[in-house]
Design a protein around this ligand. Structure first.
Ligand code: SAH
Length: 212
């Protein structure tokens, strides 16, 4: 699977600016056992470079997108990361292999609780899962060095930009219903503003708007 992901890096090099997986991301992708985070009936397909259903109409992204998003965040071993859309917990696990702490929010209680149990079972003591609306971020744990959103938003959520440290990065699929979504890299500037760069056209499930 890692080799297939590498091949996609090479193919998309001109759009992403990344010729190859960074060593840290490659090690994390090699280490996290995707089959342990997906349902029993999906296990046979866990190492294909494909999205997978995880129940409740949700899907886990293809490994290439997980690797690319993680790479674009430029994590270090001291990074504190917010992960919006826990789903199976796979993206959170990949982040937690590299970063210091991962705070992950899921809006569907059953998915979040299952992921929390699985991640605990795998020994990820540096991941905290909360049930809630990721649109609002996690203000009590902010600011973050990095934020990754794994469901598409029609616009970049202002609360998330506000919770990034200066110099911090966010990767988020942006695009409304019926529009082409773009994986977008946001960089927070020291003056509080931010820069946006469209990286690739993608297809994610939509971020569910919260009730507040
Ligand atoms: N990152 C996940 C896959 C994400 S699929 C993984 O690695 O498996 C998108 C997830 O976002 C779904 O689980 C969905 O329920 C969740 N989601 C959608 N809207 C949300 C919101 N407003 N806040 C938090 N999670 C949300």
């Amino acid at each position: 699977m890692v080799a297939e992901v590498e091949a996609m890096y090479a193919e998309t090099r001109s759009e992403t600016g990344l010729a190859a997986m960074s060593p840290a991301v490659r090690a994390a992708m090699g280490k996290v056992e995707r089959h342990r985070l997906v349902a029993l009936e999906q296990r046979g397909a866990a190492y294909r470079n494909h999205p997978l259903p995880i129940g409740n109409g949700q899907t886990i992204s293809q490994p290439y997108i997980v690797a690319l998003s993680t790479d674009l965040l430029g994590l270090t071993s001291s990074s504190v990361v917010l992960d919006v859309g826990t789903g199976s917990g796979y993206q959170a696990a990949v982040l937690a292999e590299i970063a210091s702490r991962v705070f992950s929010i899921e809006i569907i209680p059953s998915l979040g609780e299952e992921a929390r149990k699985r991640l605990e079972g795998l020994g990820y003591g540096n991941i905290e899962v909360r049930i809630g609306d990721g649109y609002q971020g996690w203000p009590e744990k902010a600011p973050f060095d990095a934020i990754v959103v794994t469901a598409a938003a029609p616009r970049v959520p202002p609360a998330l930009v506000a919770q990034l440290k200066p110099g911090g990065r966010m990767v988020i699929p942006v695009g409304g219903e019926g529009e082409v979504q773009h994986l977008t890299l946001i960089t927070k500037r020291a003056d509080g503003g931010h820069d946006e760069k469209r990286v690739l056209p993608v297809r994610f499930v939509p971020l569910v708007p919260g009730k507040n």
